[in-house]
Structures are given as C-alpha cells and as structure tokens.
Design a protein around this ligand. Structure first.
Ligand code: 2BA
Length: 108
C-alpha cells in the first residue's frame, strides 16, 4: 500500500477532493501552511493500493495544473500623470506530491 500526499493550493483543493472521492478514493484534507511563504495551502492524503497511485496522480495533475492568470497590480503612473491599473501575469495552481510506502495499515 502507498500513501499519496499532495500539497496543493486552497483554490484547487475542493475540486480535487470532489474528483478523488467521485473516483472512489478515500481522502483526508488537511489545512496546512507553507513554511516559506507562511500562507495557507491544503494537504490531501490518499491511501491506495500500489496499482492505483498513477490514477491518483493523474487526478491531482488534472485539478492542480500550473496556469497563468491576470491580476491587476498596483496603479502605475502614465506619462500623462494618470494612474492606470497594470495587469500582471501570475502563476497559480501546481502541486507537490510525495508517494510513501505504507508498512502497516489498520482500521479499528
Ligand atoms: P512550491 O515548491 O510549489 O511549494 C508549495 C508548497 O508545497 C510549499 O509552500 C510547502 O508547503 C510545500 N512543499 C514544497 N516542497 C516541499 C518539501 N520538500 N517538503 C515539504 N513541503 C514542501 P511554501 O513553503 O510556502 O513555498 C511556496 C513556494 O515558495 C514554493 O513553491 C517555492 O516556489 C518557493 N520556495 C519555497 N522554499 C523556498 C526557498 N527556500 N527558497 C526559495 N524559494 C522557495
């Protein structure tokens, strides 16, 4: 048995958990915080048989792909003196995934 641990952005977590659940996987969702940015993220735990790991990773990839979004950054002064909003491209999404061996598994 394997434990797939996926650290994902909060905005991707709901769809990810829904799709994993619909595909028949048992899922635990933890509210976590990244050590570098100190911002909230979500850690999703899925215990599965070895032959199902690829399917779990595929669902994570589908729901947490890195994508670019446009946000409006600070207002930048134009030569005319008017302050205009300046659109900025930022990357969102993405996942950090660990696959661990599970020595023992009990349910009481
Ligand atoms: P990512 O590498 O995509 O990591 C996103 C989040 O995944 C991390 O949040 C952390 O919660 C988790 N994570 C990533 N690698 C891990 C690992 N080896 N072990 C345990 N958890 C892990 P943050 O720590 O807040 O990092 C957010 C983003 O900041 C990272 O995105 C990376 O682009 C950057 N980053 C992280 N540590 C850095 C460092 N020491 N120097 C420069 N940039 C760093």
């Amino acid at each position: 048995m394997k434990l797939v641990i996926s650290i994902v952005q909060d905005e991707d977590a709901i769809d990810l958990v829904d799709n994993l659940t619909e595909a028949g996987f048992s899922v635990t969702k933890l509210a976590t915080t990244g050590g570098f940015l100190k911002q909230g993220n979500t850690t999703v735990l899925v215990g599965v048989e070895k032959d199902k790991v690829e399917e779990v990773i595929k669902i994570v990839k589908e729901n947490c792909a890195i994508r670019e979004s446009l946000i409006e950054s600070e207002f930048i002064p134009e030569p005319t003196g008017i302050y205009m909003p300046y659109p900025l491209e930022v990357k969102t999404g993405g996942a950090t995934v660990f696959v661990l061996d599970v020595d023992d598994y009990y349910k009481f």
